[in-house]
Design a protein around this ligand. Sequence first.
Ligand SMILES: NC(=O)c1ccc[n+]([C@@H]2O[C@H](COP(=O)([O-])OP(=O)(O)OC[C@H]3O[C@@H](n4cnc5c(N)ncnc54)[C@H](O)[C@@H]3O)[C@@H](O)[C@H]2O)c1
Length: 263
Amino acid sequence: MNLTDRIVVVTGGAGGIGAALSRRFAAEGAAAVVIADLDGDAARAVAEGIGPLAHAKALDVTDEDQVRALVDDTERRYGRIDLFCANAGVTTGGGVEVDDAGWDRAWRVNVLAHVYSARAVLPGMLARGGGHLLHTCSAAGVLTAVGDAAYTATKHASVGFAEWLAITYRDRGIRVSALCPQGVDTPMLADGIVEGHLGARVIAASGAVLTPDQVADATIAGLAEERFLILPHPEVADYARRRAEDPDGWQAGLRKLVRRLTA
Ligand SMILES: NC(=O)c1ccc[n+]([C@@H]2O[C@H](COP(=O)([O-])OP(=O)(O)OC[C@H]3O[C@@H](n4cnc5c(N)ncnc54)[C@H](O)[C@@H]3O)[C@@H](O)[C@H]2O)c1
């Protein structure tokens, strides 16, 4: 897919990776970019910075009625959605002690919201014979987010769901991409690094921390090649291969890294 004249929706577009994707899609020639986020004021600020082709929508991606309304309104206004980016995501910063409300929130934002948007956009895309779903998952979805159990489990689920969609719908014209960055300099990671959280320190020690614009560059390249797995940090492919070939050795290496960082 190239972005010229495309109608695009980005959830979690008020900041970080979603804002960078929104700006980049507009710069690449999209006809409209709809920026949806829990933080409506911040989404409006991003839209105003882009210009008249961008629109903001305040919504909670975990509310299926609101996601359906977003899709219906966009299709009514522009006639179609070419690219839907399910990008909103949350961390918990904890392990098994995180309460059920924390696990539930991670499940709803990181996984169920992807189901809601796919459910809402697929009928129109299938009827038109094409469309692209971009799901922001994480390297945590193919590896592990040390320090965050619910993030790891739900991001693995999000990669699994994206792969299921890709296999099920590819022959009917639907392209699916799973965007799996490792460390990216957004509020999600930056706060953890400043506060010295173990998970953030492991990420910083495992490879480069990219800017959101660098993630947008990798995304544009991945979309152009209609690639399923978009890895802004190419080393993640090597880590995933090592993990698959030797799970015990891979875990031993990570434990060693954690011991070194906490010594
Ligand atoms: N920053 C990283 O290191 C990193 C690495 C890999 C993957 N990711 C993923 O990238 C995506 C974007 O994260 P980011 O780093 O830009 O973080 P961020 O916190 O800057 O942005 C996340 C956005 O999602 C919005 N959001 C959260 N819950 C929502 C909800 N229920 N409804 C609507 N919007 C909601 C927030 O308001 C925020 O604007 C997430 O899915 C995250 O898991 C981030």
